[in-house]
Write a protein that binds this ligand. Structure first.
Ligand code: SF4
Ligand code: SF4
Length: 289
């Protein structure tokens, strides 16, 4: 398979799952979709960024080659023979509309997308792995490997052996905002996932040079809307306090979800909605106007 056909085929598998599978559901009474049409990006296993993540995030952060060797100790692959497939699953219009109105806690749709939406994301990871393996291409989802672990980064605090957002950044899908979320062409209100596969591709160059390029605060010194949206006071001009955010999401917000929506959930996402980067790249929008 040539490199372009490989990319189109993989993109098709991800898109079809999200647009057609009944598994893409918020699991509410109306069985609404959890996510809208996805974005798919690619990066090469020998992209120098993956080695750089070991320095920036921590030595524990896997390279694509380490993921492959962990999943398939019996197989060999040069880093350049591997491709990281990354995707963005945008929240639906209904979910974003609901969450925009919230001032302290997540809307029900948002809380559902955090729990049931992540189940969709997991199923998509497995679906893509199975589809690629069936075609004879060894593939693995880092986040589904039993060896995947939460870790603490000296620089970033909460971390893990594989960061989906960093894989998406490497794959040309977006840059980081002040609140730490990834701002993508479909905005920051999204979830992301990835799979590594032994297949050669030739990804397009990343459309940005700086890891904060799409955030108004870093590029123009304005905005900071995510600061005032945060009910936990976890975002400042210095960035996001991950511990404070996590404590809020897993205690107060979780109690609210349980007592108001009747399921064990959590989440918040206020900094991802009712902000200029919610559904697109604000820097580009501003440049157009
Ligand atoms: S709300 Fe503004 S400051 Fe915050 S991440 Fe988005 S663009 Fe950046
Ligand atoms: S930083 Fe955390 S607590 Fe604050 S708005 Fe964002 S998700 Fe909610």
């Amino acid at each position: 398979m040539d490199t372009q056909t490989a990319c189109s085929k993989i993109e098709g598998i991800v898109r079809d799952f999200i647009t057609e599978s009944p598994e893409n559901t918020l699991c509410n009474r109306a069985c609404e979709k959890a996510f809208e049409n996805p974005l798919v990006g690619f990066s090469k296993g020998d992209d120098p960024l993956y080695d750089a993540y070991k320095k920036h995030v921590g030595e524990f952060h896997w390279t694509p080659k380490e993921v492959f060797t962990t999943a398939f100790p019996e197989l060999s692959a040069d880093p350049g023979e591997l491709t990281v497939v990354s995707w963005i699953l945008p929240q639906t219009k209904a979910t974003k509309t609901d969450n925009r109105k919230q001032q302290a806690y997540p809307s029900e749709r948002w809380a559902r997308s955090r729990v049931y939406g992540e189940i969709v994301n997991e199923k998509l990871r497995s679906h893509l792995v199975n589809a690629l393996q069936k075609e004879g291409y060894p593939a693995a989802a880092p986040a589904l490997l039993p060896q995947w672990e939460r870790k603490t980064s000296e620089t970033y605090g909460f971390a893990s052996t594989w960061s989906e957002r960093h894989a998406a950044f490497a794959s040309g899908l977006g840059t980081f905002g002040l609140c730490d979320g990834l701002i993508t062409p479909r905005g920051k209100a999204m979830r992301t996932g990835s799979v590594i596969v032994k297949i050669r591709t030739d990804p397009a160059p990343r459309p940005y040079k700086d890891h904060h390029e799409y955030c108004l605060f870093f590029t123009k010194g304005v905005c900071g809307k995510c600061i005032s949206r945060c009910p936990a006071g976890a975002i400042t001009h210095a960035g996001k306090d991950k511990v404070r955010c996590s404590q809020y999401i897993r205690s107060e917000a979780a109690e609210f979800v349980k007592s108001n929506y009747g399921f064990d959930g959590y989440g918040c996402g206020l900094c991802q909605t009712a902000v200029p980067c919610e559904s697109g790249i604000p820097v580009k929008q501003e440049m157009k106007s």
